[in-house]
Design a protein around this ligand. Structure first.
Ligand SMILES: [Zn+2]
Length: 243
């Protein structure tokens, strides 16, 4: 199994890094975890066949995490008409939110989404969804409440990959990370912040509470990405991690 980092930047595009998106690949099938606004551009750069993406899982309703979905859908409608089904998994109301975003970005196209074989699946805190050979478990995290923020764990072909989403420190990160082969945790800032994001200083104090084989940081402002004497692994766009 391989994870390709399509984007690991923050919401402001700092350092020219793309918005959050990870492509997990096994036996020619792709699962997309988050789909920020820049995701289609990086998918094209990586020469990924969109037909081979079976599932998109969204951590919360912020543009740098789900704003790329309409670009994938217009490509699937008009550029290369999609034949395969596509499952979009997200917080409560995911179908309505995707349709509203589609209409806002490409007016008149939301009605045409019915031409695609789309399936929308809502998840709930501490529940596990079974989607064919995949299991997706989620925990609520601490971020802008209207965005319905969650951390996501994907179990597929015997591997466990977890992603914190955007969050302040929360005890829910512990069951999320437990027993994982790879845990991607956000780290937006160097020093303490009040709400909604984690910092390097806080992770230095608490990272040993995570139970994962491999910890990598995501959603970094320049002060984190460019820091020297840094104790954790930092993702970079285009990186491929074997799991
Ligand atoms: Zn966010």
């Amino acid at each position: 199994m391989e994870l390709t980092v399509l984007g690991c930047g923050d919401a402001f595009g700092n350092g020219g890094r793309n918005n959050t998106s990870f492509l997990v690949t096994e036996a020619g099938e792709h699962v997309l975890i988050d789909c920020g606004a820049s995701t289609l551009i990086r998918l094209k750069y990586e020469k990924i066949d969109l037909e081979a993406i079976s599932t998109i899982v969204i951590s919360h309703f912020h543009g740098d995490h789900y704003g790329g979905i309409p670009f994938i859908l217009i490509s699937s409608l008009f550029e290369k008409p999609r034949k395969n089904p596509l499952t979009i998994v997200g917080p409560e109301g995911v179908k309505k939110r995707v349709y509203e975003l589609q209409e806002a970005m490409y007016i008149g196209t939301a009605d045409q989404l019915d031409e695609l074989d789309l399936k929308f699946v809502e998840y709930k805190h501490e529940e596990s969804l079974s989607l064919g050979d995949k299991s997706i478990s989620v925990w609520k995290v601490e971020h802008s409440p209207p965005s319905l923020p969650h951390g996501i764990r994907l179990e597929w072909h015997g591997k466990k990959i977890a992603f914190s989403g955007d969050t302040s420190w929360t005890e829910n990160l512990l069951p999320l990370s437990r027993g994982t082969d790879l845990f991607i945790c956000e780290c937006n800032f160097q020093k303490e912040v009040s709400f909604g994001h984690l910092s390097y200083e806080e992770l230095l104090r608490k990272h040993q509470l995570f139970e994962t084989k491999s910890l990598w940081l995501n959603h970094m402002a320049n002060e984190v990405f460019d820091a020297t004497d840094f104790k954790f692994n930092r993702l970079y766009d285009g990186q491929k991690i074997r799991i």
